[in-house]
Design a binder for this molecule. Structure first.
Ligand code: ACK
Length: 363
């Protein structure tokens, strides 16, 4: 409780800096370089996050290929060896393979390809994700190795994540991990999200299906690209106001009037916590999207998954506060999870034990 009281004060300060930082992007001239844009922000008297880079929306560039040049590295395709197809994306196949870099060890990579016959808009949307990813550098954010744009097929090359998407990985390993391992995964995701929110980037589609897991169980946030991400997400449904939104993962204010913010990402993070603790269960099970919206409005919240520590369900409930300024910031979530990892006895009381105890006490 103490932690979250402190966090509310902190929230107010940091949300002011965030909104200032977002507003300053209005002044950004399309033809400026990213460095010019950052300097321009300073000249406006705003130093949003000293020492921390802020995210530049590729859409502020008149020519989106300029954003690609600025934020990504062009890879010579002869350095890439495609090995096998591992999945299908909206724009084409996703493959695994190897990347050679002179003077460095060969590394495993995933290669997203843009299938032939695309129109210019599709190419732009495809490369938009790379322009976003290329701005990030954090151990819990999927790393962009580079792009191939000067020859066909157009490709985006990222680090390879051996265990694939978090949702299917958990479903395949139901009940296999200790609570501490699960909290470690959640801590990693929260740390990646803290980095993104510090950069002023709002994900909008945070869900276990958009987290990738490597062979060391390190979780990394992936799937960047705002509107395109939502177009691509099979969970995204059209709302009455015409937006396409993954209802079960999205905060009520974002569904109702598209108020997306780091606080709405926090709501989604609470749903990811629930997915992780339930080993990939579908949030709200078979309830319809409309029923989910109505139930949330009436104050219903997901119950603790079986075997879930009270402390974690309490954190989920904090993330699902109706009033977005009352939700914890990612910095608070990381601090809280770190404390749990350091004092694992805090994870001992399970929600079902407390409920059983209460029933016995009533008898
Ligand atoms: O669940 P998956 O095995 O993990 O199936 C999907 C598929 O490609 C289509 O998106 C997998 N995938 C995507 N990016 C990566 C990556 N960087 N490393 C390994 N697998 C990936 C994803």
């Amino acid at each position: 409780v103490h932690i979250f009281k402190i966090s509310i004060k902190h929230n107010i300060v940091s949300s002011i800096s965030l909104s200032m930082c977002c507003r300053c992007q209005w002044y950004i001239k399309a033809k400026m370089t990213a460095e010019d844009k950052r300097r321009a922000s300073y000249q406006n008297g705003l130093v949003p996050f000293p020492g921390i880079k802020t995210y530049v929306d590729p859409d502020t560039y008149e020519d989106p290929t300029q954003a690609v040049h600025e934020f990504t590295k062009e890879i010579d395709p002869c350095r890439i060896r495609i090995e096998r197809v591992i999945g299908a994306g909206e724009f084409g196949e996703v493959c695994s393979g190897r990347l050679r870099t002179p003077g460095k060890k060969e590394i495993a990579v995933a290669i997203k390809t843009l299938k032939g016959g695309y129109v210019e808009r599709q190419r732009r949307d495809f490369l938009r994700e790379a322009s976003i990813m290329g701005q990030f550098d954090h151990p819990n954010i999927i790393r962009l190795e580079g792009v191939v744009t000067k020859s066909r097929p157009v490709m985006i090359v990222v680090e390879y994540m051996e265990n694939g998407s978090l949702d299917s990985f958990l479903r395949q390993h139901d009940g296999h991990f200790t609570v501490i391992q699960l909290v470690g995964m959640l801590r990693g995701i929260a740390s990646g999200m803290k980095y993104l929110s510090d950069m002023g980037y709002v994900h909008r589609d945070l869900a276990a299906r958009n987290i990738l897991v490597n062979s060391n169980l390190v979780c990394k946030v992936s799937d960047f690209g705002l509107s395109r991400v939502l177009e691509d997400d099979p969970e995204a449904a059209y709302t009455t106001t015409g937006g396409k939104i993954p209802i079960r993962w999205t905060a009520p204010e974002a569904i109702a009037y598209r108020k997306f913010s780091s606080a709405s990402d926090t709501w989604s993070y609470g749903i990811v916590m629930w997915e992780v603790m339930s080993y990939g269960e579908r949030p709200y099970w078979e309830m319809s999207n409309q029923d989910v919206i109505l139930s949330i409005e009436e104050g219903y919240r997901l119950p603790a998954p079986l075997g879930c520590p009270v402390a974690l369900h309490q954190l989920m409930l904090h993330c699902w506060q109706k009033e977005r300024s009352h939700r914890p910031k990612f910095v608070d979530i990381v601090t809280f999870l770190d404390k749990l990892i350091r004092n694992p006895s805090c994870l001992m009381p399970l929600v079902e034990d407390i409920q059983r105890y209460k029933r016995v006490a009533l008898l």
